[in-house]
Design a protein around this ligand. Structure first.
Ligand SMILES: [Fe+2]
Ligand SMILES: [Fe+2]
Length: 308
């Protein structure tokens, strides 16, 4: 049962206050806000065909290490045909415009989690409709970041504890925003936004639950991978691909994330493209993580082991 106290406010992009800080979020308080607004249903539009999304995706796919994962033109075309069927409400699509304008890293991240999670879902989820359903959750998993001040999202020095709390607020904020837009808290996109930073061993946030939903875990692994292989404000040097895959493998070894998703990701990173069930993992770690990483360092405190 959902019961969270909001540390910060939750507003839509057009500045409607859904919840002030210190609200106790329960099914009842959420329902009251969700059904208070009558603009539903919103118009929908294909995400891939929205603005410059398709061209931007193709551009991101042609840069390393995605160019190794997406080697085959037919594979890309098949995937694009599937992605084109994902339609989202216009207020959700407008969040992409916001990120593209104000936080380009998050814009690219959202699109790559959309593409990569769909690729992995095609391997791991046999049901086509479920695959489409999951595909629609990638581009909205971080929508709650519209409620986090840009100066905190882009901060290059260690965060304070309260700034870290603001970043973590994005998971709950995303859950509320998507519940508000979809008018359905059971929609998978809401669950993905809320739980994509949870881990199988309970070490994640915001609730510290034991993550065991295979759909959410596909997004979680795609999210971690894309974050590692890109330079971030708190880590100017990206992980190289080997070190990123080893970091993710180590998380599976610690039972934080799901093995079959990790194996599917590794299989796509191999030139021969084996089936993910054929993947054998070496215990040896040979990659070198970047040394200029301030992630997890709380200003004035010891380093923590949480991952974004
Ligand atoms: Fe996130
Ligand atoms: Fe993310």
């Amino acid at each position: 049962m959902l019961k969270l106290t909001l540390q910060h406010s939750i507003r839509t992009l057009d500045n409607q206050l859904l919840f002030p800080p210190d609200t106790l979020l329960t099914k009842e308080t959420l329902d009251a806000v969700i059904y208070s607004h009558r603009a539903y249903p919103y118009p929908t539009y294909s995400l891939l065909l929205y603005g410059s999304v398709k061209g931007d995706c193709l551009n991101f796919l042609s840069t390393p290490p995605y160019d190794t994962i997406f080697l085959d033109k037919k594979q890309i075309n098949d995937l694009l045909n599937l992605l084109e069927t994902v339609h989202l409400y216009t207020p959700i699509l407008e969040s992409l415009d916001y990120f593209k304008q104000h936080d380009f890293y998050t814009y690219a991240h959202i699109l790559m989690v959309f593409v990569l999670s769909t690729l992995l879902a095609k391997d791991l989820i046999p049901d086509y409709q479920e695959c489409i359903q999951l595909s629609a959750t990638g581009p909205t998993h971080d929508i709650g970041k519209i409620c986090v001040p840009l100066n905190i999202l882009k901060k290059t020095t260690p965060l304070t504890k309260s700034e870290r709390g603001f970043i973590e607020h994005h998971a709950t904020a995303g859950y509320v925003l998507l519940s508000y837009y979809y008018k359905d808290i059971q929609n998978l996109a809401c669950e993905v936004a809320l739980s994509h930073h949870e881990r199988r061993d309970g070490s994640g946030y915001p609730r510290g639950i034991l993550l065991k939903d295979p759909m959410v875990e596909i997004i979680a692994v795609s999210d971690i991978y894309d974050a590692l292989i890109k330079p971030r404000p708190y880590r100017p040097t990206a992980y190289d691909n080997r070190a990123a895959l080893e970091e993710i493998t180590a998380m599976a070894e610690q039972n934080k994330i799901r093995w079959d998703v990790v194996k599917a990701l590794i299989a796509h990173n191999r030139k021969s493209k084996p089936h993910y069930k054929e993947i054998r993992i070496s215990a040896e770690k040979r990659g070198t993580p970047p040394s200029d990483n301030v992630y997890g360092i709380i200003a004035g405190e010891e380093k923590t082991d949480s991952k974004d």
